[in-house]
Ligand binder design. Structure first.
Ligand code: GLN
Length: 296
């Protein structure tokens, strides 16, 4: 389990939950699907979506790239030439995204993030203050990344305040059920299928799912795209969210991680479900665009 955030070491390694929410809101779940844990990096696609809507893709692209890094999630590595973080799914990119939001919302940034993630989950989410405090007081590596970005002018001068928002967003508590509803909101073209609320616009969803597909599993992203073949995002507390576009979201929680920081059981669950039900984007069972079929 992740222990570099000391509070995460207290999780029960045997917890194991799975929740599926379909794009029409139907819900199937088993195990510890109602156990709350911190969202960690699974917050990243959602803050990236917020930044795209607030600043537009061009402005966001000045701060963060869209290339898989092939490096670990906490790598202190920036792109040659531009000095941008490789993508918004690794820590450096996510910190740049949150700092961009902070440059506009200031002290209201965290509330805006919490509000949007809550809308995606369909209920008011809260923060685990112990995990937040644990990461805030030990997150020296992320602090180094934020200052490196500041050095290159990729974040504004309030880098420390923005980093604080990043630590808080990672400490938002969710269950598998919440994550699956958040994922189903993306699968359902940005509209929460349980509440009917439009949370992200359709262009944002396309961009967010693309990045999740190519970069969501860190340095396992290529293998994941090959074997499982759906957009996904993992977090170090053991959560994993996989999205089958226009169909459903699969959320898993199991705290034991592999050496890339992805949930071991989470990977197994998604690999098996994808193989059994033909969920891979390029599976022959996946017939693609019904619009094109209707006009041909
Ligand atoms: N809060 C964690 C960190 O920044 C998130 C990382 C993760 O979930 N992979 O280190």
């Amino acid at each position: 389990m992740a222990t570099y955030i000391p509070q995460l070491a207290h999780a029960d390694p045997d917890h194991f939950g799975i929740s599926l929410v379909a794009a029409d809101g139907a819900n199937f779940e088993t195990g510890d699907a109602d156990h709350a844990f911190t969202i960690q990096s699974i917050s990243k696609p959602f803050t990236f979506g917020m930044a795209l809507e607030e600043f537009g893709p061009q402005e966001v692209a000045h701060r963060v790239g869209v290339e898989p890094s092939g490096d670990a999630f906490n790598s202190i590595e920036l792109q040659n030439g531009t000095n941008r973080p490789h993508n918004p799914m690794i820590n450096a990119g996510a910190i740049a995204v949150t700092a961009l939001l902070h440059s506009r919302y200031g002290s209201a940034t965290f509330d805006a993030v919490l509000h949007r993630l809550s809308a995606a989950a369909g209920r008011r989410l809260v923060v685990d203050e112990c995990v937040y405090e644990s990461e805030r007081s030990t997150g020296h590596r992320n602090r180094a990344i934020a200052h490196l970005l500041l050095n290159f002018g990729l974040v504004h001068s309030e880098a420390e305040r923005a980093l604080d928002v990043y630590f808080r967003q990672c400490a938002i508590l969710v269950t598998c059920h919440d994550l699956a509803v958040m994922g189903a909101t993306l699968a359902n073209m940005g509209r929460n299928p349980r509440t009917g609320e439009l949370v992200f616009d359709i262009i944002t969803v396309k961009h967010v799912l693309s990045i999740m597909f190519t970069c969501g599993m860190y340095d396992y992203s290529g293998e994941w795209a090959y074997r499982v073949g759906v957009p996904a995002k993992s977090g170090v507390s053991g959560g994993l969210l996989a999205i089958v576009n226009r169909q459903m979201a699969i959320a898993c929680y199991s705290p034991r991680l592999d050496n890339r920081g992805n949930s071991c059981r989470g990977i197994d669950v998604c690999t098996e479900l994808a193989a059994t039900f033909g969920l891979h984007a390029f599976d022959c069972l996946n017939v693609g665009s019904s619009f094109l079929q209707s006009v041909l």
